[in-house]
Design a protein around this ligand. Sequence first.
Ligand code: S3P
Length: 176
Amino acid sequence: MLPNIVLIGFMGCGKSSVGRRLAGLTGHRFVDTDDLVTQAEDRSISEIFADAGEAYFREVEQRVLEETVGVCGIILSTGGGLVLREPNQVALRKIGVIGWLDADPEVLFERASRSGKRPLLQTENPRETFDRLLDSRLGIYTEVADFRIDTTQMNHDEAAQHVLDEALRRHRRFEG
Ligand code: S3P
């Protein structure tokens, strides 16, 4: 049986769009940790950051992730900062094979700032904030991921196909 697939990566890397396509390709159910947080709190991510702060958001994020451990048949898209907490890294490994969607920083920044809805980039100098955050996280994505896909030159359908191929290859190797 096809394992769960977890998508990690920086804001703007396309986790949700690629994850939805992967769900279409595999028949797995699409689950997004940001959606789970929003549902649990009955308010938007921006509202949670504004009203309760990032630390509170991280608590809820960790809780909804822990509740996802043991669920089968899912494609899990994660918020870009979810991998920061070590218990979350452990939980992700239990959930499924972990694919990191990466892209050139220019492309990531363009995609991440497009919606204007990302609270962490609502600063005086969003580009500087973006560079600092990306720099501090690249090592963690590298460590946590089972594989990395560079989506710079890919549309979402192509990225989804690449993730699926890679996840299947790893799964087969694992199963012997
Ligand atoms: C965050 C990324 C966001 C969301 C929150 C914090 C981060 O998700 O979880 O705004 O710390 O990088 P996306 O990666 O889906 O934008």
